[in-house]
Ligand binder design. Sequence first.
Ligand code: NDP
Ligand code: 8X3
Length: 252
Amino acid sequence: MGNIVFITGATSGFGRAAARRFAAAGWSLVLSGRRLERLQALQEELQGKVPVHIAALDVRDAEAVRQVVAALPEGFRQVRALINNAGLALAPQPAQQVALEDWHTMIDTNVTGLVNVTHALLPTLIASGQGASIVNLGSVAGHWPYPGGHVYGATKAFVEQFGYNLRCDLLGTGVRVTDIAPGMAETEFTLVRTKGDQAASDRLYRGTTPLTAEDIAEQIFYVASLPAHININRLEVMPTRQAWQPFAVDRD
Ligand code: NDP
Ligand code: 8X3
């Protein structure tokens, strides 16, 4: 039986590009996300190459996650790699101007959702043993503070630390855990963050060279297909044309 990868957030950006990358290497795919029509289009595109199972799923709903995992059909059950990619940023404004609901949505998706999926698939991954992988999509925002990062960055700090702590508990099972922490990458991320402001998204990426979804998909695939004795703990990837600023100082 071939390898099986379970990808959350496969309807766009990194998740969709990762589906294509794993398919190119012959992995069977379990693809999830909320937008069913996009999952169907991706299944249509890839199922001539590899077996593809799709599941419309909101990762925030723990019971729905549990049911999707329990109902995986024969041929898709022995998941070897979990790509915890579903996530979002909202509200790029300063913390004091942000609606509480937006903070909750980020926590519910990036923290609770990631925990829901991980919990549901841990027994399967442990049964898969040596060479199984959990690849979590963190962010540079989980490590480096910036204005407007507030809860988004904090959720990604959770993702990083959760991964390290998982590694401690999974020692001896053969299951690997990696935090991939990308910098600026052009996907639908900024469109979502600005609640549909295409011009703002275009402005952010104009005149520079952001990472692409395919760049990160390549890193995800690399990490999950390394020899079983290698665990990359954290992989931080920035565009060459992105770096840090000096500390900000408030002056009279
Ligand atoms: P996109 O907006 O292009 O894709 C996000 C994906 O997450 C979509 O497939 C979306 O699917 C899914 N998703 C969002 N909310 C939920 C939910 N409640 N349940 C299930 N799926 C959900 O963004 P990216 O590809 O850029 O982002 C992927 C991950 O990478 C995120 O975790 C993001 O935080 C992280 N990241 C992104 C960076 C960037 O600059 N682009 C940099 C660093 C990290 P649907 O709406 O169909 O449910
Ligand atoms: C997304 C990258 O730089 O907007 O996680 O925080 S950034």
